[in-house]
Write a protein that binds this ligand. Structure first.
Ligand code: SF4
Ligand code: SF4
Length: 142
């Protein structure tokens, strides 16, 4: 990929969220570290105790989001994540996880779980764009 092409790269070349909610479903969620908790509290604009009571499941000191109807409490059909700016960093990494670059099987597994991944690209082309984006932007926001 030449320098001009690298400048032009955008997340939408490799991923456009379909808002299907697959990544927000299940009986558990990602865990929230201290920074995640503080950011979520800030975005929700509520006291910590209220956020914890309404939205968190705390087990042996591990904070996760509550599950309602088989999905994260913040997921809404048609709207997606309703705490987008305050979501945990692990949610923010999905599905463009750096582990894709390390192993093709990670790419295949993530692609099977996420219909937003551009399916027309080869693994090599996908990695080339993802590597460029990660090197250029350090933290991908989408
Ligand atoms: S699984 Fe992929 S396409 Fe579906 S909501 Fe999650 S990130 Fe978006
Ligand atoms: S915080 Fe948002 S992105 Fe993360 S699991 Fe919940 S609804 Fe999905």
């Amino acid at each position: 990929m030449d320098t001009e092409a690298k400048k032009e790269c955008k997340v939408s070349d490799i991923f456009v969220c379909a808002h299907c909610g697959y990544c927000c479903q299940g009986e558990t969620t990602v865990s929230l570290n201290e920074e995640d908790q503080a950011r979520m509290i800030d975005v929700l604009g509520l006291p910590r105790e209220e956020v914890a009571n309404r939205y968190w499941r705390i087990t042996a000191g591990v904070v996760q989001m509550k599950i309602e109807d088989g999905h994260c409490i913040f997921f809404r059909e048609g709207a997606g994540c309703t705490v987008h700016q305050g979501r945990p960093w692990r949610c923010g990494q999905w599905p463009l996880h750096p582990s894709i670059l390390a192993d093709r099987s990670n790419f295949e597994t993530i692609r099977e779980s996420c219909p937003g991944i551009t399916s027309s690209l080869s693994y090599e082309d996908f990695c080339s764009i993802l590597r460029t984006l990660l090197n250029r932007d350090r933290q991908l926001t989408f």
